[in-house]
Design a protein. Structure first.
Length: 318
């Protein structure tokens, strides 16, 4: 979909996509577009109808999710990873079975485990922010009893959901492939212009790159990310994915360019626009995210012996 196209129209795709009150639907797979809210964190959700309905990442619409919960319609809640914006409304479905990839299961089940994957420093700005967010939005621990692996399948009776392991963003980050709809939910490989996010201690750049490579080779009719009201065809998806992945190289080039001018410590380096615009870095949370992602690049450069250190200063190898 190009910027000129109406995001509420899917005429350029096959006519098996229908628009619904809450988003779009292909067969039994209903995509619920996230709406901005001050009441909860948000990301797109997916409701797979059938005899045993499944909801993926309940975070899109409080009203709709609340209606589903009161009807006890949903039998399984599948979280694509442990991040709060993908399970903000989990608490509505306490009668359901909670499922996720095994590598993220403990972080969904326990906020204590979440924090261990999120940041190393217990006094970090980010962890204090997380604690406030969990309290403010009443995000609760949800014991995951169905721990999944790559290739595992869930069924609603009318649609099959295959787990596609896509680590990097988090260790257990997954996509979900809907076989009859021939559609792939790619979660937080979200194709936004900002590019990949890997600011948790458990995030991994190389794993992220491998997941993107896997997606390039995963052929299906439709692709849907967690953020943005979008259903992409393969051609558009590949174009967006290429732009998304290119941010890795752009960030590395910016870091090396800064070090070419003079040695820098991490704090001074991260005052420059590497991941985010300088105006965004006035927000301490954005500065923290950039710092953590730059640190991961520096760690890789050190392994490659591109950037030696002298105390706090980082140099470019001659």
């Amino acid at each position: 979909m190009t910027s000129e196209q109406d995001p509420s129209s899917y005429d350029f795709l096959k006519n098996d996509i229908i628009q619904t009150e809450h988003g779009a639907q292909i067969g039994e797979v209903e995509f619920i577009w996230a709406k901005n809210s001050k009441e909860f964190l948000f990301a797109n959700s997916i409701l797979i109808h059938g005899d045993e309905p499944i909801i993926i990442d309940p975070s899109a619409s409080f009203t709709y999710c609340d209606q589903l919960a009161k009807r006890r319609y949903v039998k399984t809640v599948l979280n694509t990873h442990y991040h709060a914006d993908h399970r903000a409304l989990n608490h509505l479905f306490l009668d359901a079975t909670y499922a996720s990839h095994e590598a993220d299961a403990e972080a969904i089940s326990s906020f204590y485990e979440y924090k261990k994957l999120a940041a190393e420093n217990p006094d970090s700005y980010y962890l204090h922010w997380l604690e406030n967010i969990f309290k403010q939005y009443k995000i609760v621990d949800c014991p995951v009893t169905l721990k999944l692996k790559d290739g595992d399948k869930l069924s609603t009776g009318t649609e099959s959901v295959q787990i596609i392991s896509l680590p990097g963003h988090t260790p257990g980050h997954i996509g979900a492939y809907f076989e009859k709809a021939d559609a792939l939910f790619i979660s937080d490989i979200d194709l936004t212009p900002h590019g990949p996010w890997y600011a948790n201690i458990a995030s991994d750049i190389n794993a992220f790159k491998s997941s993107i490579k896997r997606l390039k080779n995963f052929e299906c009719t439709y692709y849907v990310p967690s953020h943005g009201e979008r259903v992409y065809d393969r051609e558009t998806f590949l174009t967006k994915l290429e732009r998304f992945a290119a941010q890795f190289d752009k960030r590395e080039e910016k870091i090396l360019s800064l070090l070419k001018e003079k040695p820098l410590n991490l704090i001074d380096m991260c005052k420059e626009s590497i991941v985010y615009k300088q105006s965004s870095l006035k927000d301490p949370l954005m500065f923290y995210f950039q710092l953590q992602m730059v640190c991961k690049h520096i760690e890789l450069f050190e392994k490659e012996r591109k950037v030696p250190r002298n105390g706090d200063l980082i140099y470019l190898s001659s």
